[in-house]
Ligand binder design. Structure first.
Ligand code: ZN
Length: 165
């Protein structure tokens, strides 16, 4: 996790409107969109997907390309125009050690999640296999710890900025 990259605003930092949940009427050519007090008239374009039906898209007011989500940032525009990073990149990366630890728990037949603590060697599992799984688990838990430390530091920094220590 590098500091430089995370300074770039992500799709989560800017209010947005997804056309799929905007209640667009069939064949509408535009909509008056309000988003957290801001408003904008946005053109709509339609495509015919292979599986049938019709799919609506916003026409980005800046580049005119079609997009599913418009962001109300420094301008009303698509993700690309506003230079927003995908928020999912961060989440996916962060959730990997969690997911791996959880999967490994299933293989070890340990109940619950990582906060449930460690279980014991499952019946019939060879000691060598168990040792291997445990060292894998250690790796995943280290990843979880590293992520938690970064998250905690971010919150600390935010609180400091707000004048709260
Ligand atoms: Zn655009």
């Amino acid at each position: 996790m590098t500091g430089k990259r995370s300074n770039r605003p992500t799709t989560c930092d800017v209010p947005s409107v997804d056309i799929r949940s905007a209640g667009i009427r069939q064949n509408a050519v535009g909509a008056h969109v309000t988003c957290q007090g801001a408003q904008c008239d946005i053109s709509i374009t339609w495509t015919a997907p292979h599986f049938g039906g019709q799919r609506s898209w916003w026409k980005c007011p800046v580049c005119n390309e079609r997009c599913a989500i418009v962001y109300f940032g420094t301008a009303v525009a698509c993700r690309t125009c506003l230079g927003l990073a995908y928020a999912t990149n961060r989440t996916t990366k962060a959730s990997k050690p969690f997911a791996r630890a959880r999967n490994l728990r299933d293989r070890l037949q340990w109940p619950g999640g990582i906060i449930s603590g460690n279980g014991t060697r499952p019946k019939g599992m060879h000691m060598a296999t168990y040792a291997k799984r445990m060292s894998e688990m250690l790796q995943h838990l280290r990843g979880v710890m590293a992520f938690s430390v970064v998250s905690a530091r971010r919150i600390q920094a935010k609180l400091k900025k707000m004048g709260i220590d």
